[in-house]
Design a protein. Structure first.
Lengths: 383, 346
């Protein structure tokens, strides 16, 4: 009995202390808010927001609710995080491998890139891309087009918009392509295990991805046309592009800054991972007659990935959280739209900040779970 | 005998009630914020991050502006020295939280007085120190001379979390014009983006446009359009729940405006003590007990006028002489065709 109390006692005291501290802060906030006549509640979420947002993935204007404004911000955060993660990963892998290259120029250039971009504060880089690089872009009326259809101007990047007919058929053909690729891969693996015969899976996959959607155009009645942006005059010296799709410069600057910055860290993870695989492993693989490509694919990468994935997960989380710097350059992410404008207009500071914190927490945990699942999948299975 | 006893006890009771009532109100007069301020020795004042004419810091860190002068007036009244103010620069987004959380005691930051702000978020507006309205600035070269020439697809830069954002929507919606709102947290970022050509127009309070125009790379290439699309009464704000502090800030501002009305300036304030006009004598602490109600001495208002000056002096020093808005417009006294009109100090 005495022994047990000694065991539980300190833990019990800790729990009580934590509960008391939280209770005190909650009570304190309650009393102060009551004294100042501030209501607490989430009812405002269904009220009309009555402010507009520059850029939204879903239909939104000021007549929608604050909750819808929250969704707009959340989706914009997810959009920039996903694009940022994809670009940062590709760039990180390329640069990480380039740093291991025996080519002097490639090696040094990659090293310079990593050292330069990871040692400058992200906010500063963001300001550079937005305020310094943006200023050098032409006004819409002076912009030279790329291929006659793309226009990069100070007001944004204008690209042709797709106008689909029978889009669903095209969509199904893509799904069909992916399903058949999975089928081919499983089949090829079986063949290799049973007969030791190799199948060119990559070539077949690419072929499937091209042929099936192409068929949907030829016999599925799918049609695609483009809406090309056209210059429109607003006033004597004020122009804008109309039609097509416009990507705001805020999104471009934010994506650039986030991915260039995070890619340096991912590159270092990749380098560490590849260098972490013992030299003997490569030599042993080569000695049994594997080609250099096979050595990389079958021996080095599977082992390197185990070292690369956990720290890279951290970088993905960092990128997602760093996207909140968007507020500095007017990209309407969740911090700007919800924890900014909506907070200001409703004055519901505690409610909105808590929702925003909970949102980032959920986003980060989702990424963690996904990456842990992948990590487990590629981990060495002890038999 | 018993007849009188009953009357006597009721009399005693009445006196007792009256006495406790007065002691209670006397205690309430000593406001918590006032006590804390006097203990600390400085007034904690929230201002903008740099709006020439309203609240702007020079290279040496000295704050000037009409909003700054309101805080200085309060410091002169309660601490006896207009320089005993600690200024906290705040963005539009941070300002109300800073006030309700107790980080500052006065928010004097070109803040528009609206119903929802006054009623919802635990704040109280004490008055108006600048009557403003929202306007638009465009490039002269665009050839736009009126908001009637705005067309679909126009992009408008503005500040985040302001009434401007809401007015802008009301305005463009009522005209049926589709627009692209680009909102920044800091005013300097709005100016930089507009200057770079990111937006076709920059919209905020007209006083703000006039003040920010100076910061543009070439101010002469820009023009503020004549239309005003909203009412923006700007004024100092205090936390709800300290009525005495609220009154001190309100009457510090009122004193500055009324002093101008009676021609009392920082230069002649002392000599006005011997004036024949009782209204003037009350304003310089030579008659009546004007400070007692706040728990202050009798010369609190004299100190404001001597150290900060009257409203006209403050306007001239900060807004007119700096070339921001030489014409006082509605911010002229009611006796001179404006709408500045404050209740009498008596």
């Amino acid at each position: 009995m005495n022994f047990k109390l000694k065991d539980i006692g300190p833990q019990l005291i800790t729990v009580i202390a934590v509960v008391l501290i939280f209770g005190f802060f909650t009570y304190n906030a309650q009393v102060n808010m009551e004294n100042r006549g501030i209501d607490f509640g989430y009812g405002f979420l269904s009220q009309e927001a009555s402010f507009d947002v520059q850029f939204s993935l879903i239909e939104y204007d000021g007549s929608h609710s604050y909750f819808r404004a929250y969704l707009v911000g959340l989706l914009n955060t997810i959009l920039v995080s996903v694009i940022g993660i994809i670009i940062a990963t590709i760039l990180g892998i390329v640069v990480g491998i380039a740093r291991l290259s025996s080519n002097y120029l490639i090696n040094k250039f990659a090293a310079f890139y990593v050292e330069f971009f990871r040692n400058i504060p992200l906010l500063l880089q963001l300001f550079f891309w937005y305020f310094a690089a943006l200023r050098t872009l032409p006004l819409p009326q002076d912009a030279e087009s790329f291929f006659g259809v793309f226009y990069l101007t100070i007001k944004g990047l204008y690209v042709p918009a797709f106008v689909w007919e029978n889009f669903n058929v095209f969509f199904y053909s893509i799904i069909a392509a992916f399903v058949s690729i999975i089928f081919v891969r499983t089949y090829a693996k079986k063949v290799q295990e049973n007969l030791g015969k190799q199948t060119p899976v990559l070539l077949i996959s690419i072929g499937l991805l091209i042929i099936l959607p192409l068929l949907s155009f030829l016999i599925g009645g799918v049609d695609l046309s483009f809406e090309i942006p056209k210059l429109k005059q607003l006033a004597t010296t004020s122009f804008v592009y109309d039609g097509g799709l416009s990507l705001p410069p805020e999104l471009i600057a934010l994506t650039l800054a986030l991915s260039l910055y995070t890619a340096t860290f991912i590159a270092e993870c990749v380098r560490a991972g590849v260098q972490g695989v013992g030299k003997g492993q490569k030599e042993a693989a080569a000695s049994i007659g594997l080609t250099p490509n096979q050595v990389l694919k079958l021996v080095v990468m599977p082992q390197a990935l185990r070292i690369i994935i956990p720290p890279t997960t951290n970088q993905y989380l960092n990128l997602t959280k760093n996207s909140s710097l968007a507020a500095a350059i007017a990209y309407p992410d969740i911090v700007l739209v919800f924890a900014g404008t909506a907070l200001m207009q409703t004055g519901k500071a505690i409610e909105i900040v808590s929702i925003t914190m909970f949102t980032y927490l959920s986003l980060s945990i989702s990424i963690s779970i996904l990456m842990n699942w992948y990590n487990k999948k590629i981990a060495i299975q002890e038999k | 005998m018993f007849k009188y006893l009953k009357q006597l006890t009721s009399l005693v009771a009445m006196v007792a009630v009256l006495f406790t009532f007065t002691t209670e109100t006397m205690a309430a007069k000593k406001s918590k914020t006032l006590k804390n301020t006097q203990k600390k020795g400085f007034v904690r004042c929230g201002v903008s991050q740099g709006l020439p004419g309203f609240s702007n810091a020079d290279a040496a860190g000295n704050w000037t502006g009409v909003d700054v002068d309101v805080c200085r007036a309060v410091a002169a009244a309660v601490l006896g020295d207009a320089n005993k103010v600690k200024f906290t620069p705040l963005s539009a987004k941070e300002r109300f939280t800073a006030l309700t959380s107790g980080e500052i005691d006065i928010l004097s930051r070109n803040t528009t007085w609206t119903l929802s702000r006054d009623a919802d978020i635990g704040l109280t507006f004490v008055g108006v120190n600048f009557y403003d309205g929202q306007g638009f600035m465009v490039r002269k070269s665009s050839g736009i001379t009126s908001t009637g020439q705005f067309k679909n697809g126009i992009s408008a830069c503005t500040n985040l979390g302001t009434t401007t954002e809401l007015n802008m929507r009301d305005f463009f919606n009522s005209k049926g014009i589709s627009y692209e709102p680009v909102t920044f947290e800091k005013a300097d970022e709005v100016v930089a983006a507009y200057d770079a050509g990111r937006c076709d127009t920059y919209t905020t309070d007209k006083s703000g446009l006039a003040a920010q125009r100076i910061k543009l790379s070439n101010p002469d290439e820009h023009v503020v359009l004549p239309e005003t699309i909203s009412k923006e009464p700007l004024g100092p704000v205090v936390r709800q729940g300290d009525a005495v502090w609220e009154d001190i800030v309100r009457w510090s501002l009122n004193t500055m405006i009324e002093a101008e009305e009676y021609g009392i300036t920082s230069a002649n304030a002392d000599s006005m003590k011997t004036s024949d006009n009782p209204a003037i004598k009350r304003l310089v602490g030579a008659e009546g007990e004007m400070g007692a109600a706040f728990g202050l001495d009798n010369e609190w208002n004299l100190r404001i006028i001597k150290q900060v000056g009257n409203y006209g002096e403050s306007y001239k020093r900060n807004i007119a002489d700096t070339g921001i808005l030489p014409d006082r417009g509605p911010n002229e006294l009611w006796t001179k065709g404006g709408i500045l009109y404050v209740p009498p100090s008596r």
